[in-house]
Design a protein around this ligand. Structure first.
Ligand code: USQ
Length: 397
């Protein structure tokens, strides 16, 4: 299969490219390398030492005997998207090329507007280019479980049956996201649904939970293939941040009461699921398929306890200290989302969360010095209701 990955330089994009090449697919990628700049703007760097993009491409060829066809540039540039699709004629486009951080989108008006423009325009460009040039290609779009928010009822996979004033219908489940970033994904979902209904495009919108971990098997323990691993307040996700805090002896930081519940899956399982989705497109043209992609749900404080216990088994003693919650979110709530469709496609979780946390701690131990350099970027200063106390212009805005 010919697979085009937008955001191929990112946390998910880079390992996905390797995994797909190993499964015999031909891979192309687009990236503007903005993630590297955003993390630097937060005063941080990837805890894992990652190669620059030219070296990455050279190593890719060496490992797979095949080029990763790389287009440097931004999916917000329509001409670039059109040319990439015309040149490569993908069977599948995996759209990961977005700004993925809730806190970054909440810094101030500039960052919120930038996030909306960047994420929504990029998706629109892809939808139009697919309509006009490759209408039979399958778009796999990375959405987020955060689109749904935390309603006090079960969460289905995208749609639910509803009876209202004596009439019945199957409708999109309500979305109540908790950040400007998560809102962009909601707007994307509406645009993608429209493109399926009106233009007959075939899309899978992946409501992914919080991803964590350092490894996938296709990286084979070769450090040149490592994917990035962020630990700062904006781009580090919660388990990754707890693991990074543990290896430098910094207290783990659940926000508020710490009983926020989310769906989690390891990097390795995220890649496994994306590969399954790519290789098993929806049956019919015009289908808009939504999958909830996570392994297990956890309470943030319980995760801190798992990281603390696992670290202790490895001889690292670390405290847990809750910090004032910088976000506006429910800190104790009902949370019961469905996630059956991926299991029906063949998803088999590879490790328990505890095993995966142990491997992450082992891997990060080697990079403790790099994490120490980011120490000042770890605790939260971006608040949902106040402007961050420093003017911060966004690249390209
Ligand atoms: N949290 C803490 N302590 C920390 C960091 C986070 O308690 O040090 C809490 C947050 O308040 C939140 C939960 O952990 O309740 C998850 O936060 P997160 O930063 O790990 O994840 P989130 O902001 O929700 O975003 C991440 C990815 C995003 C993806 C999303 C999936 O950055 O791209 O869309 O996970 S989900 O959370 O299911 O919406």
């Amino acid at each position: 299969m010919r697979v085009l990955i937008t955001g191929v330089d990112g946390y998910l994009g880079w390992p996905l490219a390797h995994a797909l090449a190993r499964r015999g697919h031909l891979v192309a990628g687009i990236d503007a390398l903005l993630r590297r700049e955003w993390v630097a703007e937060m005063g941080s760097q990837s805890a894992t030492p990652i190669l620059d993009i030219d070296s990455r491409l050279t190593v890719f060829r060496e490992v797979h005997g095949e080029d990763l066809r790389f287009v440097p540039g931004n999916v917000c540039n329509y001409d670039l998207v059109e040319e990439a699709i015309r040149d490569f004629m993908p069977d599948c486009v995996v759209h990961l090329g977005q700004m993925p951080s809730a806190p970054y989108s909440m810094i101030d008006a500039h960052h919120a507007v930038f996030t909306h423009q960047n994420n929504i325009v990029g998706t629109l460009n892809l939808l139009f280019a697919l309509r006009d040039l490759a209408p039979n290609a399958h778009l796999v779009k990375l959405g987020t479980m955060g689109e749904y928010g935390t309603p006090n009822i079960d969460i289905p996979e995208g749609f639910f049956d509803i009876e209202y004033r004596g009439r019945r219908d199957r409708l999109p489940f309500p979305r109540q996201p908790n950040s400007m970033y998560h809102l962009t994904k909601v707007h994307d979902s509406a645009n993608i649904h429209f493109a399926c209904r009106v233009w007959g495009l075939t899309c899978t919108d992946v409501m992914q939970g919080v991803v964590f971990g350092t490894r996938i098997d296709a990286l084979n323990g070769d450090d040149r293939l490592l994917t990035r691993f962020d630990v700062d307040q904006a781009f580090g996700t919660v388990i990754n941040r707890f693991c990074a805090q543990a290896v430098i002896g910094m207290a783990l930081s659940p926000y508020g009461r710490g009983h926020q519940r989310r769906g989690f899956l390891s990097l390795r399982d995220s890649i496994q699921c994306l590969a399954l989705i790519i290789e098993n497109p929806p049956d019919g043209a015009g289908e808009y398929r939504i999958l909830n992609q996570f392994h297990e749900t956890f309470d943030v404080y319980d995760l801190a306890l798992v990281v603390q216990g696992t670290a202790r088994d490895m001889g690292i003693d670390v405290e847990i200290k809750t910090v004032e919650n910088p976000r506006i979110e429910a800190e104790r709530h009902y949370y019961n989302p469905d996630h059956q469709k991926l299991f029906d496609l063949g998803y088999r979780p590879t490790r328990t969360v505890r095993e995966e946390i142990r491997e992450t701690l082992e891997d990060l131990g080697r990079f403790a010095e790099r994490i120490r350099l980011c120490r000042g970027a770890i605790l939260p200063s971006i608040r949902w209701r106040e402007r961050k106390p420093r003017p911060s212009p966004v690249g390209g805005f």
